[in-house]
Design a protein around this ligand. Structure first.
Ligand SMILES: Cc1cc2nc3c(=O)[nH]c(=O)nc-3n(C[C@H](O)[C@H](O)[C@H](O)COP(=O)(O)OP(=O)(O)OC[C@H]3O[C@@H](n4cnc5c(N)ncnc54)[C@H](O)[C@@H]3O)c2cc1C
Length: 248
């Protein structure tokens, strides 16, 4: 998900497959905050196609292999690949994600983690307005009859992120915003089951499911260094929301 205005300013709004004119945040059972800002769901396929076609039209050459090693000489660097090939470069940009071994940091990387369990589901019905994306539903009344879940939820709370597509199709994601150590995935799933039961949402079928684990915060890469980090390995994931594609 992204804020529509952020994707518009990047010229990427044609990669959104669904938008909602506004968002809301349920603070608790008595207080709801409405955000007058449109939100959209990114079509991963459209975004990937658009980025790749931009590369193709700018004569980017692709080489499919795993990077094994990076070596630096005085005026040149080289990338040694799993297929035995060696590519020469004047600048190496590493976009290989959070677990990259090619970037140096000035401190040990002790992340917090965002963890979430999400389903795109066909349901009998649901209580959410179709014109609002629910950024966070922090209500915890569903834990009234689940005292063992309530105790842990008061230490590391989770919220529901909701994209209602129609009265029968909905994306639901129970999310722990950030914790160190990471909240157990099983606990996240149990809380989601309790919440959906309380909301009266009966899942007919799960069309897609996702496990989301995002390292949050941590040190920045040392500057200067021979390899340039970009993306998850460069510390640009927002430390308190987990967004990288969106800014906030
Ligand atoms: C389920 C889920 C939902 C998310 N939702 C959102 C969201 O709504 N909004 C948002 O902003 N962020 C979201 N995020 C976070 C976002 O996806 C990540 O922050 C982002 O993908 C990091 O991008 P990246 O390009 O740095 O790394 P990645 O997307 O991890 O890409 C790294 C790529 O490098 C490749 N690679 C790794 N090692 C090598 C190697 N040695 N040689 C060659 N290739 C290699 C990998 O195969 C991979 O293709 C979500 C994450 C998850 C898991």
């Amino acid at each position: 998900g992204v804020w529509v205005d952020e994707f518009e300013s990047l010229g990427l709004d044609d990669c959104l497959d669904k938008t909602w004119p506004m968002c809301c945040v349920y603070i608790n059972d008595h207080k709801t905050k409405y955000l007058d800002r449109a939100y959209g769901r990114v079509s991963r396929k459209e975004l990937k196609t658009k980025l790749l076609s931009g590369c193709v039209s700018n004569q980017v050459k692709f080489h499919k292999a795993k990077v094994w090693k990076i070596e630096h000489q005085e005026f040149e660097s080289s990338v040694v690949c799993s297929d035995g090939s060696e590519l020469k470069a004047s600048l190496i940009v590493d976009a290989s994600g959070f677990t990259s071994h090619f970037i140096e940091y000035d401190k040990p990387r002790s992340h917090g983690y965002q963890i979430a369990h999400g389903i795109l589901a066909e349901v009998d019905n649901h209580p959410f307005d179709l014109d609002k994306m629910v950024l966070m539903d922090w209500r915890d009344s569903h834990l009234g009859s689940e005292p063992y879940l309530r105790k842990d939820n008061s230490k590391i709370p989770t919220f529901l992120y909701v994209m209602p597509f129609s009265s029968n199709l909905i994306f639901l994601e129970e999310t722990s915003l950030v914790s160190r150590p990471v909240l157990s995935y099983m606990e996240v799933k149990k809380r989601m089951v309790a919440r959906l039961r309380h909301l009266g949402i009966k899942v007919r079928s799960v069309i897609e499911d996702e496990k989301c684990l995002i390292p949050m915060g941590g040190p920045l890469p040392i500057i200067p260094q021979s390899v340039m980090a970009i993306g998850g390995n460069s510390g640009i994931v927002h430390p308190s929301t987990g967004y990288m594609v969106a800014r906030t």
